[in-house]
Ligand binder design. Sequence first.
Ligand SMILES: Nc1nc2c(ncn2[C@@H]2O[C@H](COP(=O)(O)OP(=O)(O)OP(=O)(O)O)[C@@H](O)[C@H]2O)c(=O)[nH]1
Ligand SMILES: [Mg+2]
Length: 403
Amino acid sequence: MIVGVVGKPNVGKSTFFAAATLKDVPIADYPFTTIQPNVGVAYLRTKCVCKELGVTDKPRNSTCADGIRLIPVKLVDVAGLVEGASQGRGLGNQFLDEVSRADALIHVVDASGSTDAEGRKAAMGSHDPAGDIEMVEREFDLWIYGLIMKDWERASHVPDQTGGKLVEHLATRLSGLSVSLEDVEQVVLTVGLKAERPAAWSSDQLLELASGIRKLTKPSLIAANKADLPAAERYVEGLKATGRRVVPCASEAELLLRRATERGMVRYTPGDSKFEVLEPARLSPAQSGALEMVEERVMRVYGRTGVQEAIDQAFFGLLQAIVVYPVEDENKFSDKAGQVLPDAYVMRGGSTALDLARTVHTDLAEGFLYGVDAKTGKRLASDHRLANGDVVRIVSSKATKKA
Ligand SMILES: Nc1nc2c(ncn2[C@@H]2O[C@H](COP(=O)(O)OP(=O)(O)OP(=O)(O)O)[C@@H](O)[C@H]2O)c(=O)[nH]1
Ligand SMILES: [Mg+2]
């Protein structure tokens, strides 16, 4: 699973990305700083099962501190998007190709209202970010619409009593968006179109279809960024009133805290509601001033910087992801070498025991016999749906080196 960071230019997408991944990427206060996409590893924060099981774990593919598991996930930061992008304006629709693979989107907006519709600097509080959200979503819809329209004339005139061919055609056209046949069928139904009479669909209906495809395949949340600035509180409330999932965010504050943590200046785990300055004497006046601002303008107002919260909500909220711990010894919750809870996997909601086997190793899946729920000792069939926090041993006729 991969999450895309999108939005109009100059709202702090790359700052959010850098804070989440600690990758050094270009950040500047003008539009189109990012041209090439940035791909990196962020971390999903979750309560580890070690506390519940009363064991001391030894993570391998993730980390665990004080019962908080941080599990690697993929994040991609792309160029900003302006009105007309679907027609090639700004950096055009290259952006859209790049996020087409994402499973969910973190849509970053400038909640301080200090950038105009094109991302240029503007007076603080002068620009309502609500309009930017609609612009970005509309460009996305128009881009999908463009994909559908590429050979619509021909496709919509193929005689087909059932409409099956048309749905198949659409799914192929949109395969870059990882759209399944069922997805297309579902949206066609929701929009109320008759699949067997595509020639009668109006362009408005086709645009509605495109929008439906976007909503289904690219669920998104709003990261209301620059929340540390004075004008933000009002806009954050306004954004929440639109009924969207909104996470107030201060990416710059998170980046500062993460870098200070890396340098041993503060103690802070991403997502915490507080941080601790370790050696105040080592900080320059500028550094302590910056940290005080984070405390005052971010932690006290919003309770956290929001970056970790946005990532967690993208996976757990939008994608209904679950975290599963594969083990080889269900009594010790360990691998063969006795390493306790070595791995944690982020999987799609609804994943089965067989899906887990596939994720760990293809051999495990090919020789799948049954799973064992390590918490209850119960046997699990291949189609058993896993739950968040499950610890599972896969029993397979094919031995693997890795598990
Ligand atoms: N006050 C404040 N400024 C921020 C925050 N996040 C980012 N900025 C500033 O906003 C400006 C734009 O940041 P970028 O991360 O380059 O924005 P972007 O959306 O990636 O921009 P493009 O790549 O040009 O589309 C920079 O000057 C950042 O320092 C924040 O949380 N608070
Ligand atoms: Mg950028």
